[in-house]
Each structure stands twice: as structure tokens, then as C-alpha cells.
Design a protein around this ligand. Sequence first.
Ligand code: GRF
Length: 218
Amino acid sequence: MRVAVLASGHGSNLQALLDAFRDPDAAAAVALVVSNKAGAGALERAAAAGVPTATIAEDGRDAMRLLALLAEHRIELVVLAGYLKRVPDDVVRAFRGRMLNVHPALLPAFGGPGMYGRRVHEAVLKSGARVSGATVHLVDEQYDHGEIVAQWPVPVRADDTPETLAARVLAVEHRLLPAVVLAFARHGAAPGACDPASAAGAPAVSLPRSLDDALAAR
Ligand code: GRF
């Protein structure tokens, strides 16, 4: 399955996908990386892996260019991995059921407009929650709102800072996202035909077996 990754920043989730699908026989492959930031680390990671890259306008609103890029590269699944702009509705509609986002908290809590990066983990710590986690969900026309496909819990420690919690959640994202993409590749990702329940079936990439393992993954 040909996957496009949209990223605005560092690209560690992209790197997890590149690493997971490095084998040419893998059921999925990152076929295109698009960023709204010309200097994004994600673009460098893609180039280093020999994956085609493209940039779009910083506001991310050029739906026609985005649709043309996705068609040109015969993309079947779009993954938002640290992409900070809202995807134009025309693109969301064209990829209904075939566009995923990864969020560093247990949605529907701690999500929505402006809830990204450090702010998410600050809000989790301020809330007193004892468990946070990673979420992969289908993208719809609202931020962090589409149907949840998979989540994995991450314990919050009494001495956590936003940075230590972010690092522990990110390590789990790096396992959860490739597992979900692989599940989509195995179950097909036709528009609307995707049944998140089935797509979140037995992931092929080993997830942390327990919270201790997730903790150890920090
Ligand atoms: C991740 O925490 C992801 O959940 C959020 O943005 C961050 C991206 O990090 N959407 P990276 O650019 O993949 O390293």
C-alpha cells in the first residue's frame, strides 16, 4: 500500500514508518512525504531514505496541489505525522476512511485546535491524570475529531515534566502508528470501506506488551 506522510516538523514518526517499511516486500511503503515547512526535518529524513518529497504553501490550504501530488504518486493512505495545519475539506473528503493522524494523548481528551506539542502534555499533567497515551484516528473535517482506530496507554509519573511525558508517549507513538498503518495495508483501505475495528486488528508490529514495557520505552 502506497502511503503519503504529511509532516511539519522533526519527523520522528515519519522515521518510525520509514524504518518499519524499509523492506521492499513490506505490505506498505512511504511513497511521498509532503511538508508545509521547507526546512522540516521530515523532508531531510525522506530524502535520506530516497523517498520523493514535496512542499506546499505554509498555510496548508492548497487543496488542488495536495490532491494533484497524492494522485501523481498513486497514494492509497495519507498519514499526518506531526502535521500542524488543518487538511482542506476537499482532501479529507477524497481520502475519507484513508487518512490517519497520530495524537500524543488519549482523545477525545486533550485534543482539538491548539492542542499540540508541549501544550498537550502540560494539560495532562495539570489535570492530574494518572494515564496518558497515544491515539491514531481517522481524519475528518475537525482537528483531532475523527473515529479512533487505536490507542495505547502510557502511565504518568509523579515526577513527570511535559518533556519526560512527551518522550514516553512519543516512544509509544513510534510503535503504534506503524502497527496501524500495517493493519490498514493488510485489511485494505478503500474509501469508506475501512472498518476501524477490523483495521485495528492484530497489529503486525509488536506493541509494548504492558505499561511497564511502555514505560521502559521512554
Ligand atoms: C507527535 O507527538 C505527534 O503525536 C504530534 O506531533 C508530534 C510529531 O513529532 N502530532 P515528529 O515530528 O513525528 O517527531
